[in-house]
Design a protein around this ligand. Structure first.
Ligand SMILES: Cc1cc2nc3c(=O)[nH]c(=O)nc-3n(C[C@H](O)[C@H](O)[C@H](O)COP(=O)(O)OP(=O)(O)OC[C@H]3O[C@@H](n4cnc5c(N)ncnc54)[C@H](O)[C@@H]3O)c2cc1C
Length: 387
């Protein structure tokens, strides 16, 4: 698959694959069971230059593109999707957002620590009553002297219990568009981490509530100017959606590979179950769907790299990639369970974990329904360029 990959991408893919197999795979099942966190592997990714994959080298990053970030998600996602989700929250939601939108002083202060793995990052947009309607967020920020005082809560925050750095969206005015971004350190007065959530899947990626009770944030930690964040918040979501589709690709690929090997090995009626056309059909369909999702996702990533985040092409391709890759991954992982029969339904085999992890990607970073709302809305405005 070199249509979208250059030599740097191919070398990166090999490095990440080796790292995932040696540092992440051995603990994936155990950490899923215990709802643990492979903090050591996440921090070690700093040594490989993965934590600041899109950040500038001046600040300790690797200065790579969205295609590179997506392929890292696919390689890690094929081994442990939940460690990959935590990696995504750090490298894309925190680091990439800061790189793209922070001031020089903010980048110089925070990026080196985040790129090295000394600090873990998170992004806090969602709230208990503002999920799909992200613009309806209610966390309030008021300027008092040389500080902003934040009051309210955030919900569903990946890496919440471990993060040192939070990229936080809050309201600084009465209208929906009055959204501002603040950099909050975990030690800031008035900030605390709420309960860790007990989840169906992505269990080795810690998720929590965050509480801001008269939380004091220095004025220099306001990103840009007040009420200027709505457009970059949406643009950042597009990068999140394309890269998270990479996790769906990894899960699909792992499920197909596992189920194919199993179907060739497992005998019933004196022949490998692969010989039964109903079984090979599931694998053939899964392969075609994975390959279609893969082409679409990397095309979306390459389009962002070429045309930027505000192009209609990038929006349509990225939104479609997230919808298609996530939706198909859940089906592919369900079929893998079917192919393994009763064994697939047990925790002795990894495919049930793949399915539980895959389901999250139909919800997080915008649900399937919201992807359709975006695509439908855009089609209503204008026909997709190139149709
Ligand atoms: C494991 C996990 C990790 C997460 N990590 C983060 C994170 O790091 N940072 C962060 O900010 N957020 C994070 N989220 C939040 C995530 O983005 C939201 O859960 C998601 O956007 C959906 O919001 P909601 O859960 O409030 O569901 P709701 O918005 O309440 O949706 C419920 C149902 O209604 C449907 N629905 C809603 N509106 C419409 C509509 N207009 N048309 C059709 N159907 C609609 C939805 O599709 C869904 O089926 C995470 C969530 C999870 C589960």
């Amino acid at each position: 698959m070199s249509l979208f990959f250059n030599d740097t991408h191919l070398a990166l893919k090999e490095t990440v694959r080796r790292f995932a197999e040696s540092e992440i795979a051995p603990r994936a099942a155990e950490l899923d069971e215990s709802q643990g966190f492979n903090e050591q592997a996440l921090r070690k990714m700093g040594e490989l230059g993965l934590l600041g994959i899109t950040a500038s080298s001046q600040h300790g990053g690797s200065e790579l593109d969205v295609v590179a970030a997506t392929l890292v998600m696919e390689e890690l996602g094929a081994v442990c999707a939940s460690t990959t989700l935590s990696y995504l929250a750090h490298s894309i939601l925190a680091v990439n957002n800061l790189s793209a939108n922070g001031s020089e002083a903010q980048k110089a202060k925070y990026l080196p620590r985040l790129c090295s793995g000394e600090w873990i990052g998170a992004m806090a947009m969602s709230e208990a009553s503002a999920g799909s309607d992200a613009m309806g967020l209610q966390l309030q920020a008021k300027k008092v002297g040389d500080k902003y005082i934040l009051n309210g809560t955030k919900m569903w925050i990946t890496n919440g219990p471990y993060a040192d750095f939070f990229w936080v969206y809050a309201k600084t005015g009465p209208t929906k568009k009055d959204i501002s971004t603040f950099i909050v350190e975990k030690t800031f007065k008035g900030f605390s981490v709420g309960k860790k959530l007990h989840k169906l899947g992505m269990r080795a990626s810690p998720t929590s509530e965050l509480i801001f009770q008269n939380c004091e944030v220095p004025v220099e930690n306001l990103v840009g100017s007040e009420a200027s964040s709505a457009s970059h918040m949406k643009a950042n979501l597009l990068v999140e959606r394309i890269t998270i589709a990479g996790i769906s690709l990894g899960l699909s690929r792992a499920a197909i590979a596992y189920a194919t090997r199993y179907a060739k090995d497992r005998k019933q009626f004196d022949q490998p179950i692969f010989a039964f056309q109903q079984v090979s059909k599931m694998l053939a369909d899964a392969t075609a769907e994975y390959l279609a999702a893969r082409s679409l996702t990397y095309e979306a990533a390459a389009t962002v790299d070429k045309e930027g985040l505000y192009s209609t092409n990038a929006l349509m391709l990225g939104t479609s990639a997230k919808l298609f890759a996530a939706h198909r991954a859940t089906k592919i992982c369900m079929d893998a369970i079917q192919i393994l029969g009763g064994y697939g339904y047990t925790k002795e085999y990894p495919v049930e974990r793949y399915m539980r992890d895959a389901k999250l990607i139909e919800i997080g970073a915008g649900t399937n329904e919201i992807m359709r709302v975006i695509l439908g809305g855009q089609l209503q405005r204008e026909i997709f360029p190139g149709f």
